[in-house]
Structures are given as C-alpha cells and as structure tokens.
Design a protein around this ligand. Structure first.
Ligand code: GAL
Length: 692
C-alpha cells in the first residue's frame, strides 16, 4: 500500500471533518442551507454520491448529471472537499428488472429481491460490466473537478452480500479453487473428502457450501469464506483500476467495516488495494464495553494502515436505526468517541450522515444535523467538535507510536474457529481477543492490535488469543520471535489446525505444543453459565482441558474444582530470555488481569500509564520525528486524575507538569518533544508489579 492522503485543499485545517452527504434527498434550496451550516460546523469534506446510481442514471439510456454538477460546484465554492462515491453500492431498479440474474442467492437457495440495497452478486459478470461502466462515466465526468479529494469505491463492500451462493458464485468458486489447488487430487486432499463419501471426480461437481442435509465440509466452508472475501476484493480492484487509469493522482479508498461481528472480509489482504485505509465504526449499544470495542477496532485499523493516518469514514453522532434498541449517546460522548479514533491514528472524523433523512429506512438514524435542527444539543456538540478538531490540527500527519505488546488478529482463525460441529458453539474468537486486549489496557500497558501477517520485530510480547488456524510458516515466525528473546502468550483452541482446517495431531495445541511445553489430550468445554474455580481470585468460563506440562514449565494458575482440580489452567515456559505462556480456560476479567500482570512483570514490561488511572483512562501516543502527542481519554462518566504526565495541553492550552484532571468522558492531548532515542515511554517495571 502506497500510503497516500487526500488531495487536500485545507493546509490550515488539516483534520478532515464531515459526513456522508445525500443531497439527492433534498431540494436545491436546502443544499444552500446545508453548505452554510457545514461551514458553521467546520465541515471541510463530505462523502458524496454514495447511493446515487439511480439518480445519475435513472434509466438505461438516460443520464442526469446536472444536480451532481451543481452540488459539486457549490461545495467547492464553499471550500468543502469531496470524497466522491463511484455510486455502485446499490443497483437501480431498471438494472435488476433487466438483469434479475445479478441478484444474490442465500445458502438455502432464496434469491434476495431488490428494494433494499446492495442486492448484487459480487461475482456477476453482468453486474460488474454495468458497475464499471458507471465508474468510468463518473470518473470521466468528475476526475478533473478541483473539489475532488478522493474516490470512494462502492460502499461497505460485503455489508449485506458477502456470502452469495448463486450459480455465478459456484462458477467463480471453481475458478478460484483451480487456481489454488491446480488438481482435483490436491483439492480432495485439502478438503479431506475421503470423509462421508465426498470425493470429487470433476470440477463441475463442486458447489458453494449450500444448505445441506448435514454439516457441510469444513474445509470447503473455510475456502468459501476465503473465496467470498477475495471476490469482493476483486470488485474493489476492478473499480480501483478504472479510477487509477483515468485519474492516477486521486487516491482511492473504500470503507472497511472493522467493528463488532462483521467478519466476512479479510482486510489484512484488502489493505493493499487502497491508497489509504478507511473504516466505519458503530458502537454496539447493548455492550457494556462498547467503548473498549471501539478502541480495539480503531487499534486494528491502525494496524491495517501500518500506523499511517487513516480515515474514519462513518460513525453515528448519536443513535443508529438498526439495533434492537437504539441508544442515544450521552453528553460528551460524541467528542470522546471521535477523539478516541483520532488517538488511534485517524486524521479524518466523518459521520453517517450530514442531514437526518425524513424518509427511508434510516430516518431515525442520527446525523450531524438532526430533525430538531440547529436548536439542539446534538448540533452544538457537532459544531464544538469541529472547533476542537481545528485546535488539534497540528496532530494531523503524525503516526501512531508503536507499543511493546502486539495482540494478533486473524480473519482465517475467526472463520475456522467458529465453524459448526466444534467442541463448543459458544467459542467467540473476537471476544477472546478483546478480553486480552482489555486486560492489558486495564493495567495501563498499551497494545497494538495487529493483523497476523504484521512484522513482529520490536514487540516484546505477542499475544495470540484463540489463534486457531496456524500454517507452518506462522508457527515458525512465532517460534523465531520467542527464540529471539520475545514473549508469546496464547490460549485454548489455538494452534489446532493447519490452513486446510486439518487437525495437527499428537496432542493439542499441535502448532505450539513444543514451544509452550504443554500437551492437551482432550477438550472439556463448559456448559453455558458454568464456571471453573481457580486457585486464585476469579474463575474460568467456556472451556477447560487437561493440560500436561513438560519439565521446566511453570504452572501459574491451577483449576481448583471438578475433575481437573489441581491441574494446570495457565502455564509459562521460559525460553532463553523469552517465554511462551498458555491459558487453558477463558479467564474472567479478575483472573485475566492478574495473569496479564504476572506475565508482564516476568517479561519486564511496565505500564505506559499511571496504573491507578489505567482502568478508566486510555493512553495512546502519536508522533512525528520531533514531537509526540499523548492522548488521554477518560472512558468513564466520572472525573479522573492522571499522574506522571507532562507536556503542553493542546485543548486546555497550558503546561501540564505531573498531574492532569480529566473531566467525565474528557480528553486531553499533550504535546511533548520526542526523546532523541525514540524510545517508547514506559513508567518502568516497578509500577506494574504494584498492580499484579
Ligand atoms: C452503514 C452504511 C451507511 C448507513 C449506516 C447507518 O452501514 O455505510 O450507508 O447505512 O451504516 O448506520
């Protein structure tokens, strides 16, 4: 990935601030009011034309550019840059009427109708042809427009149509499989088709894993996930190729969905196809730890962006419309959440959407300009946030500083670990990763959430919760990290299968058995609600197992009841100056924090933040060659004091020496000179020992 930023007309207002703007829903008179209010709110960019296909081309032989010409000029005349959508996210009614064969098909054979959005097959050659024709027309028309800052391919590729089981998908799946395996024999071996009489004797027999009489072949399901992600990625590449051919100077992005349970797109690969990484993030209202989930997601987006600035394309100003109960944000939360994204490296804070719709499925979704108009708290908060971002302008362009701990994240492990017919259907890969991330953060130890292919050099500790699928080269990279003096931590249901979802035998976890010095003969997952007592505070849930340890392995935690009483629950094997540690149950927050404190202490890792403040405060650092920006974000609704911080407070406009008060949900950004040795700030091992 080239790491480019927008073609940006705002050198004095460098943080991008704006929203999806859907002027097609409003009259030209409203457009004028919109741009005036945008200026009042310091909006300097909008994402335009995202769902405009039917407005631009209302019929096969009719193109209507006038309204889009006018709005682009109006925005430009008012100093508002445009991230222009290719507009292909939702095909117009004429296209689905003419070509119903572009509609996606579910696993049980139902064709999804038009009338919503994103009703297209990622592999439909017909859809692709019309979409690229549209992209070319848009780029021809607006490629030279001075207001154009960036291209926005489609929208949230795969949000609704990621897994398509149509005949087009079947044909494309076969092509993809031929490229991967070359011969049917290789495919039969990889998929283990000796099982249940599944051997294929011709490529034509192979189908997507459609609704079957029993569990579909797991390796086939895994490959279908890979294929489906690649198919959408191909679409991204195809649109991007047209844009790059016509406008090589305009950067291309598409909005990823690193958030919550969205799992079908392997962004570790996709990031190489965009000039800058963009993400959409919506809070899961029902989660008590929704803010921690936001930070985890933002942190992973930072990893996908290689710590370069990235674009928060969408979030909500307050409630969304698509959760069972749609919570309004608390006073102060809009700014706190937005600045948390900035703390993790975002240089653009953008929302869905500018003006709240009055019609359509999203009319109860919040916006920058709510139904209530400008006489509203929300509007005042939006305006204030715009002013705050202007004050923080000097942060733009700085990179997220590296942490000492990497939490690895892998989409293939996510897919494979949650397939059907497993030891427990309660296993949730992302939740387990989040558990460990939260435990480190609660102790004030900053982590980088990294895609699994990230360079591990420089990390003192690598944490891989539930890293289920481990090809030999990944196991070798992790072993080399430990042999080089690094520390490695993993959990139950890690290192279990290879890239074909085939079990690594000889005792679990096959890929890491020797490295960890543990051997598990059998899993003993727990029933919902059941707990496993431990020989220390806290307990385990979800999983237990019978762990035998090699000589020289320290047992850090033991089970304290049931068949496993007295047997290891967590272990650590010293390896030279490094180590390899293992947890055989899902530790609750109390037990996990204690274990993380113990492992960090033994590894000589200190907190990056005053531990007394750590559970309540997030600390992230961005940096240039000469300057560091320390973000302190209060996750709680109580005022907090943070000690051992110093620097110039960009928002409070004063020097901070040693102690800083954060308002409820408050954020401070401290400017410091960057130390010459570029060493990451750590308060030392002393403080971590007090917490463990
Ligand atoms: C996103 C989408 C937007 C809007 C938003 C509502 O998935 O990209 O167009 O629908 O959700 O939260």
């Amino acid at each position: 990935m080239a790491h480019r930023w927008l073609r940006w007309p705002h050198p004095h207002n460098p943080i991008a601030y704006g929203a999806d703007y859907n002027p097609e829903q409003w009259s030209p008179r409203t457009w004028r009011e919109d741009v005036a209010l945008m200026r009042e709110a310091s909006v300097n960019i909008v994402n335009l034309g995202i769902f405009s296909w039917a407005e631009v081309r209302p019929a096969p032989d009719e193109w209507r550019w006038d309204w889009l010409d006018e709005i682009l000029d109006l925005l430009h005349d008012n100093g508002i840059a445009v991230d222009l959508g290719t507009g292909t996210a939702s095909p117009p009614p004429w296209l689905t009427t003419l070509h119903p064969e572009i509609l996606p098909v579910t696993a049980d054979g139902r064709t999804l109708g038009p009338g919503g959005r994103q009703h297209w097959r990622p592999t439909s050659p017909v859809f692709r042809r019309y979409a690229l024709e549209h992209v070319r027309a848009v780029a021809d028309r607006y490629g030279a427009h001075p207001g154009l800052a960036m291209w926005h391919v489609s929208n949230e590729l795969g949000c609704h149509n990621a897994l398509d089981y149509s005949d087009d998908a079947a044909a494309a799946f076969r092509t993809w499989l031929r490229a991967r395996y070359d011969t049917l024999d290789a495919l039969n071996t990889a998929w283990g088709t000796a099982f249940w009489s599944q051997r294929y004797s011709a490529w034509e027999q192979i189908l997507p894993p459609r609704l079957a009489a029993s569990y579909p072949n797991p390796a086939q399901q895994l490959d279908f996930h890979r294929f489906s992600s690649d198919a959408l990625r191909e679409h991204l590449r195809a649109e991007a190729a047209v844009l790059r051919e016509l406008t090589p100077d305009i950067p291309v992005t598409t909005n990823f969905m690193v958030m919550g349970d969205t799992r079908n797109m392997d962004y570790a690969g996709w990031r190489h196809d965009v000039d800058l990484v963009s993400n959409d993030h919506y809070l899961t209202g029902a989660r008590p730890d929704a803010f921690e989930e936001l930070c985890f997601s933002a942190n992973l987006v930072r990893g996908l962006a290689d710590s370069a600035p990235w674009f928060l394309m969408e979030q909500s100003t307050s409630a969304v419309n698509w959760q069972p109960v749609n919570h309004a944000k608390a006073p102060g939360q809009l700014a706190r959440d937005s600045l948390a994204h900035l703390a993790h490296g975002a240089d653009a804070i953008s929302f869905f959407q500018w003006r709240q719709s009055t019609a359509g499925a999203e009319k109860y979704h919040s916006a920058m300009l709510p139904h209530a108009g400008t006489r509203s708290r929300l509007w005042r908060d939006v305006r204030d946030l715009g002013a705050t971002l202007r004050e923080l302008g000097e942060v733009a362009g700085s990179r997220a500083a590296p942490s000492s701990v990497a939490v690895l994240f892998d989409w293939e492990s996510w897919w494979s670990s949650e397939l059907d017919s497993h030891p427990s259907e309660l296993f949730r890969y992302r939740e387990l990763a989040l558990d460990w991330y939260k435990a480190f953060e609660a102790l004030g130890i900053a982590t980088d959430v990294q895609p699994v292919d990230a360079d591990l050099t420089g990390y003192r500790m690598v944490v891989a919760p539930g890293l289920h699928l481990v090809p030999a080269d990944l196991a070798a990279r992790i072993t080399a990290h430990v042999d080089g003096g690094g520390h490695f931590v993993t959990t139950f249901f890690s290192g279990i299968v290879d890239e074909n979802d085939r079990v690594l035998t000889g005792g679990y976890p096959g890929a890491f058995r020797d490295l960890l010095g543990v051997r598990v003969e059998e899993f003993a997952p727990l029933a919902p609600g059941a707990v496993a007592a431990l020989d220390r505070a806290g307990h385990g849930t979800l999983w237990t197992e019978h762990i035998a340890v090699d000589p020289g392995v320290d047992v850090l935690v033991r089970f304290a009841d049931g068949d496993l009483a007295g047997l290891p629950a967590a272990t650590r094997r010293p390896v030279g100056t490094g180590s390899a540690a293992y947890a055989g149950t899902r530790l609750d927050p109390v037990a996990l924090r204690a274990l993380v404190g113990d492992l960090s202490g033994r590894a000589g890792l200190g907190p990056d933040l005053d531990p007394a403040a750590a559970p309540a405060v997030v600390r992230r650092v961005r940096q240039t060659d000469t300057t560091r920006y320390v973000f302190l974000v209060n996750r709680t609704r109580e005022a907090r004091t943070v000690t051992a911080e110093h620097g110039y407070d960009l928002l409070g406009r004063r020097e901070v020496t040693g102690s800083l008060d954060l308002a409820p949900l408050g954020v401070a950004v401290l400017r410091q000179p960057r130390p010459i040795d570029h060493d990451e700030c750590s308060l030392g091992t002393e403080l971590i020992q007090k917490t463990s």
